[in-house]
Design a binder for this molecule. Structure first.
Ligand SMILES: [Zn+2]
Length: 70
């Protein structure tokens, strides 16, 4: 996987991620060719959070439904 620093990453994807939102690791950036912290992952994916919330609500709903049937 190609590694890119946060500056290159944001420039390439048109995003505005901050260092707090991503997981950084010292590596060679393939965008600017400099040795600096590169993006290796994301701390909080909004979609993941949304999905987890939805899933917990579904579980609650299913539990209520099962409870009523008994
Ligand atoms: Zn770079």
């Amino acid at each position: 996987m190609a590694e890119f620093c946060l500056d290159c990453w944001n420039e390439m994807n048109g995003t505005h991620y901050t260092p707090e939102q991503v997981v950084l690791e010292e590596d060679l950036c393939e965008g600017c060719g400099e040795w600096k912290p590169v993006v290796v992952g994301f701390r909080c994916n909004p979609l993941t959070t949304w999905f987890r919330e939805l899933h917990s609500r579904l579980e609650y709903w299913a539990a209520c439904r099962r409870g009523r049937k008994r």
